[in-house]
Design a protein around this ligand. Structure first.
Ligand code: 5GP
Ligand code: ZN
Length: 119
């Protein structure tokens, strides 16, 4: 756990979240500021700052995040499609520096949702 990391604290249960899924290695919870009807984040519990800090050793973890996306999206009612996104680094629009995969959709066009997320 990294000191003063918001998503480490959420993963440890020290800060509450509206949980979608949890296992030993991963937690998923609704975004506090959703850009679509459904918007949740899939987060590895182990602290990794961003996609830039991952190596080949993280391939299984990264695969797990992505593989969970359609399963959890369906469970949240996104049966017709959704958008996934990983913001990486300050120049990539990342604001919380603990790796996370955004999953969002349902109501609103993807382009509109994108505009909100990249401003
Ligand atoms: P980023 O901009 O780093 O890709 O995404 C960070 C996301 O975390 C944002 O969409 C923001 O709304 C969300 N977020 C920030 N603080 C909290 C929080 O305390 N709880 C939850 N559930 N989401 C948060
Ligand atoms: Zn962290």
């Amino acid at each position: 756990m990294s000191d003063n990391c918001l998503f480490c604290k959420i993963a440890a249960g020290q800060i509450p979240s509206n949980k979608v899924y949890e296992d030993d290695a991963v937690i998923a919870f609704h975004d506090i500021n959703p850009v679509a009807k459904v918007h949740f984040l899939i987060v590895p519990k182990h602290h990794v700052r961003s996609l830039l800090e991952t190596t080949a050793d993280d391939a299984a973890m990264l695969g797990k995040l992505l593989a969970l996306a359609p399963k959890l999206a369906r469970e949240q009612g996104l049966t017709e499609g959704f958008r996934t996104m990983i913001n990486t680094g300050e120049q990539g629009g990342q604001s919380v520096f603990h790796l996370h995969l955004h999953v969002f959709g349902g109501g609103g066009k993807a382009e509109t949702m994108m505009a909100q997320l990249i401003q």
